[in-house]
Ligand binder design. Structure first.
Ligand SMILES: [Zn+2]
Ligand SMILES: [Zn+2]
Length: 163
């Protein structure tokens, strides 16, 4: 993991924020963009599968939400969407790309993510060949090599600080 200090990187965080504003999940608003060679090759936000309201589970599954069991979360995650989008639109550019992730509060203001815990997204990013996973947490704006991100996510234990 390394800290990202270059101001130029924030351009991509801004793009992820714009994506997050479109999120329709009832629990959280998250956005993600995937960048390769200075271009956005995929983006996503969290919402019900297929953006179908009929598939909306945000309220009904709220009580059963457990960060240890990430496949019980209600919506398709922003990172999953961004990876699928990149694979659809730019399949040859995904390997070695960088994924940026941001979470917004109820007023569309970015907030820090907790420690990585979502093994659905970490496995998918690793399998797709994403090179680095960037997010904003208590250490600042940090970039994890994707294999490290997956390791950290798999080691996550609930009860630790998490937002
Ligand atoms: Zn939801
Ligand atoms: Zn996830």
């Amino acid at each position: 993991m390394r800290n990202i200090l270059e101001k130029s990187e924030w351009e991509w965080i801004e793009a992820a924020i714009e994506a997050a504003k479109k999120a329709t999940c009832g629990r959280s608003k998250c956005g993600s963009v995937i960048v390769r060679d200075g271009n956005i090759i995929g983006e996503g936000y969290n919402s019900p599968p297929g953006d179908r309201e009929s598939r909306r589970r945000c309220e009904t599954e709220k009580s059963s939400y457990d960060p240890k069991v990430t496949d019980r979360t209600c919506c398709v995650h922003a990172e999953q969407r961004a990876i699928m989008d990149a694979l659809r639109r730019n399949p040859d550019k995904v390997a070695g790309s960088r994924l940026y992730f941001i979470r917004l509060d109820g007023k569309d203001v970015p907030k820090r993510s907790g420690d990585p815990y979502c093994t659905i997204c970490s496995k998918m990013a690793l399998d797709a060949g994403i090179g680095e996973f960037v997010l904003w947490n208590d250490s600042g704006m940090v970039a994890y090599p994707t294999d490290e991100y997956d390791e950290v996510s798999c080691r996550y234990r609930s009860g630790r600080k998490h937002s």
